[in-house]
Write a protein that binds this ligand. Structure first.
Ligand SMILES: *Cc1c(COP(=O)(O)O)cnc(C)c1O
Length: 428
């Protein structure tokens, strides 16, 4: 095996160091496999209950009336999330679109949206109107309030209570820390927060941004009181096979509002041809539990490897996981750049490219991105990125298979080693 790795550019020192780290992770990995097993059974059960058939894999064209596969897939998602209804569509273009859809369909002028967990994901700033943008909620007279987490990551219950008023119609809770430094929320903590909010005002619609969280636990936010739960199919639930799409699951009335907005009032879920995409949606969902498990193992391996080398890693090597994102703080640009180049050159696609930092629109520093993916921009596939500014942290996620995640991380270490930022004894 080491010979094979050597042919793939991995030195014997990196191989040996990686094996030592992995020896300490056996129990952790067993727990992940057990969770994947449970989630796999949940997915199969939902497919069997709804009688997924060969006919479901055929698509429709044109208006897409009576699209058996599309309608059945939405029932599968609803059952899997223990929700009343679901909207799972290729016409939902990405995660941001799904979140914008859920918000805009259920808020009306004069309503207020509250985030009780601090600043939402970057792209939502323009949806909400925190940053000026055409067509934002703000432009439609929908106001926004935010209560930050306390310095130790706890909910600020006192100020959340104060922030809820007669206008508060909807609450948005982001499960994953995204590119922030706060801890990711467990499903149980999300449940606690929702109970607290509903006790103050029972008719508030609680929406959870579930991106990167699906199948990391054996529960999803709709099982602990979330009224709507939203995500992207080019992350966990698409299993790497879905080439586009988003999902919204939750209460029937709220999903209906989403469908009326996605297509048209009066038409709702009845239209929207699935074309030829359903096999990838079904098979991707079927694979999602084990794909997510592979990504999780990669994140935990990277955390322990780089922690051992003296770098700050978030989450740390021991913490429990509620999403698949791992960050490593290098403290210097060379660390971020070499890490990303190592990930890129370990990819099945575009491995021969050398990625460089560039001036990406919307960012205040140069950003470097590594993604040698089959689906463009897919972040359930092995991928990494980082802004070239202090603290020089890289964000890493994905890996469709554990062996690829492992090789990618070993290759990143090889690149970091070659960049000369490790001490001579680091790998001994
Ligand atoms: C990825 C992500 C989004 C946005 O999804 P896109 O598909 O990139 O538009 C929103 N919220 C969180 C937490 C995410 O991770």
């Amino acid at each position: 095996m080491n010979k094979l790795y050597e042919q793939m550019g991995i030195s014997p020192e990196v191989c040996a160091f990686s094996e030592r780290i992995l020896n300490g992770l056996k129990e952790r990995f067993e727990e992940i496999d057990t969770r994947a097993e449970e989630n796999q059974l949940r997915v199969i059960k939902a497919m069997q209950k709804n009688q997924v058939s060969e006919a479901c894999l055929l698509g429709t064209t044109g208006y897409g009336y009576n699209d058996l596969g599309r309608d059945t897939l939405e029932k599968v998602y609803a059952d899997l999330f223990e929700a009343e209804d679901a909207l799972v569509r290729p016409q939902i273009t990405c995660g941001t679109h799904a979140l914008a859809l859920a918000l805009m369909s259920n808020l009306r002028p004069g309503d207020e949206l509250l985030s009780p967990v601090g600043k939402p994901y970057d792209t939502l700033e323009e949806v909400i109107g925190i940053r000026e943008s055409k067509g934002s909620l703000r432009e439609y007279g929908i106001s926004y309030k935010q209560v930050d987490l306390l310095p130790d990551g706890a909910f600020d219950f006192e100020n959340i209570k104060k922030a809820i008023g007669p206008k508060t119609k909807m609450v948005t809770i982001q499960r994953s820390k995204g590119y922030d430094t706060r801890p990711t929320l467990s499903v149980d903590r999300i449940g606690e927060l929702i109970s607290f909010i509903k006790e103050i005002k029972s008719d508030i619609i609680c929406m959870v941004d579930n991106c990167y969280g699906e199948f990391v636990e054996t529960k999803e936010p709709t099982m602990v009181g979330a009224d709507l739960c939203v995500g992207s199919l080019i992350k966990n639930p698409g299993g790497g096979l879905a080439p586009i799409g988003g999902y919204i699951v939750g209460k029937k009335d709220y999903i209906e509002n989403c469908a009326y907005r996605l297509t048209s009032p009066g038409l709702g879920k009845e239209v929207g041809a699935s074309l030829g995409i359903l096999p990838q949606f079904y098979q991707g969902l079927f694979l999602a539990p084990t794909v997510t498990a592979a990504a999780l193992k990669g994140a935990i391996f990277a955390a322990n490897l780089y922690e051992k080398l003296g770098f700050t890693v978030v989450p740390n090597g021991k913490e429990s996981r509620h999403d698949i994102i791992q960050s490593v703080v290098f403290g210097c640009p060379e660390g971020v750049i070499s890490f990303c180049q190592g990930i890129q050159s370990a990819s099945p696609v575009d491995s021969f490219l050398t990625v460089e930092p560039w001036d990406m629109p919307g960012y205040d520093a140069k950003v470097i991105m590594a993604a040698g993916a089959f689906v463009s921009g897919s972040s359930i596939e092995l991928s990494a990125d980082g802004p070239i500014k202090p603290p020089f942290a890289v964000y890493f996620q994905g890996g469709l298979t554990w062996p690829h995640a492992k090789y990618g991380i070993m290759n990143s270490l090889e690149a970091v080693k070659k960049a000369g930022i490790l001490s001579k004894e680091a790998l001994l």
